[in-house]
Write a protein that binds this ligand. Structure first.
Ligand code: GLU
Length: 298
């Protein structure tokens, strides 16, 4: 019988660049990893502009991304989702976390945070723990403010970020968190135990924008029905935070594939300022999509 009573839902993937610079070969690899897996699974490929940062994101970078994808021969569905147009959705997610008592406002400046960490190191003589990105864990001062102190500071227009109370958030979980990592054919490779506590009280809404990378990405992956998140290994550790937010917000759990990163000649991950691998430069030099595939060993 051809028809099934429980058809397998069509896979949905996304390429989610930030239009805050020109794309390089590393982005081409990520876009092609997504396009290839979508094709293998007979799935859909969506494009999402992660443009929550109004200062760094610019329309000319977005235009260039569309040109680069055309040049690479990558077809994606329209419309393109722009995160800057969905702040209300992120606000609603934040409000849910607030209603659960899992977030708190944090008023410190960067220099106050640095000073607080330096003071703790000086007092204890111990190194201060770092998050997986190498930033010091939040020392937790604002968590102990009273409700009255918070209200007073907010009334005085003090800028603040919202932080996730990691201890409270993980304490709410019924079962250990994990995700399933898949290979280039979408087949499960291993279950990974998530460890969001390594991030400490992460920021879920920034001082300057009422969301964060972590919050917008989990909301959007759910809204867009993403079944397979394919992205670079540099975001492997962030997946722990994403799994936690998905659980707290009752969002579905996608499969994940964290692909290899391209390294520059200095052995470090490519950056958007790395002219030598910029897709526009390569295009202007007359390279074709096939040349890019070769350079990426695809
Ligand atoms: N916007 C992120 C970046 O450009 C990717 C986010 C994701 O794939 O989850 O690094």
């Amino acid at each position: 019988m051809a028809a099934s009573h429980h058809p397998i839902p069509q896979p949905v993937l996304r390429f989610a660049p930030s239009p805050n610079g020109w794309l390089h070969l590393g982005h081409a690899l990520s876009a092609l990893e997504n396009a290839t897996l979508a094709a293998r699974l007979d799935g859909r490929l969506l494009l999402r502009m992660e443009d929550i940062d109004p200062i760094r994101c610019r329309p000319e970078f977005e235009t260039a991304i569309l040109e680069d994808l055309d040049w690479l021969g990558i077809a994606y569905e329209r419309p393109v989702r722009r995160q800057s147009e969905h702040m209300a959705a992120y606000g609603a997610a934040l409000a849910r976390l607030e209603a659960m008592g899992l977030v708190y406002p944090s008023f410190e400046s960067r220099s106050e945070l640095k000073a607080a960490v330096a003071m703790r190191v000086a007092t204890s003589g111990e190194p201060w723990p770092m998050d997986p990105d190498g930033a010091p864990l939040y020392p937790g001062m604002a968590k102990s403010l009273t409700a009255a102190e918070r209200t007073a500071r907010i009334a005085a227009n003090a800028p603040y970020a919202w932080r996730l109370d990691m201890a409270a958030a993980t304490a709410r979980l019924g079962a250990p968190l994990s995700w399933s990592e898949v290979d280039a054919h979408g087949l499960p490779v291993r279950d990974v135990t998530a460890n969001p506590a390594r991030w400490g009280d992460v920021i879920v809404a920034r001082k300057d924008v009422p969301t964060s990378y972590h919050l917008s990405v989990v909301v959007d992956d759910a809204v867009q029905g993403i079944t397979h998140v394919v992205r670079g290994e540099d975001l492997f550790e962030a997946t722990s935070v994403h799994r936690l937010l998905q659980e707290l917000l009752g969002l579905p759990r996608p499969l994940y594939r964290h692909h290899r990163l391209l390294l520059g000649s200095d052995g470090r991950k490519l950056s958007k300022n790395d002219g030598a691998t910029g897709l526009r430069e390569l295009r202007e030099q007359g390279l074709t999509a096939a040349d890019v595939h070769r350079r990426l060993d695809l």
